[in-house]
Design a binder for this molecule. Sequence first.
Ligand code: AVI
Length: 319
Amino acid sequence: VTDVIDRVSFMDFEPAAASFRDDVLAGLSHPIRRIPCKYLYDATGAALFERICELPEYYPTRTELGMLRRYGEEIATLAGPEAQVVEFGTGDGRKSRLLLNALDRPASYVSIDISRDQLIREAAALALDMPQVEITAVCGDYTQQTLSLPTIGRRRIGFFPGSTIGNLTPVAATAFLARCAHLLPGGAMLVGVDIPKDISVVEAAYNDSAGVTAAFSLNLLARINRELGGTFDLSGFRHYAYFNEDQSKIEIFLISQREQRAAVAGRFFHFRAGERIHIEDSYKLSPATFQNMARAAGFEPTKVWVDPEGLFSLHWLSA
Ligand code: AVI
């Protein structure tokens, strides 16, 4: 532990920050242009994502919040008393509060995130609301780094809500879960997973009528302009999201609306009309598919809850 800020213990594993430029240049040079979706979340992107979560078409957030309320008691029984909750990624803290409030005298909460400012802000807010819980903020990249965590509490419970697991390829998701299993010996993990459903419902969630998701996608080009000396004309690109049925995933692209060039960090890139930049996948996994993935990662899936409308699932995995 390197520091204590506002009652929050802060551990900094100093995740590599220099990679945005390298990843964008490599991704735009690739024959199939692509930029990793983690770069969607600068401060503007994180604020836009919070607005997405409130949209009428975007069912995952409110469904999962409802499920945490509805199944809180059962979750508390499975977790046992005085647990240590370890959340991978911070979000806006609403789900962590619901979970901690449902549990029986949770001993501690560890939040792991790559973005230092949001991590500390949310952890400090949580510490104010829940003085009885020991709070640790860990700045690190849980997809890349091996993190050693403090042990406070009887049993470690991992928490990965929001179907963020669906933004990883199945291979990367399995590798991530295997890393988690390693961090949670004798513990368990609660994972939120979006499930396949009527295509029109899924596609509407990623093509909202207010255009917030489009703004979220286009902010990636704005971020490149701001941080990497980019010259993208945002009006020359369009957000496009569709459901790929064969692979059971939403695919999101930015499509060039005309022939154009843009500079990034002093290098020029040429785009044909209709050319795409792939910016995100969002897999939708049935309970059985996800349970198989969890088993391959070394977990024993012990319980799955699905909401009454069949939109979303919450999985309890024993490590
Ligand atoms: C963060 N993640 C689970 C969101 C999703 O649904 O895949 C990201 C998102 N992209 C556009 N809308 C939401």
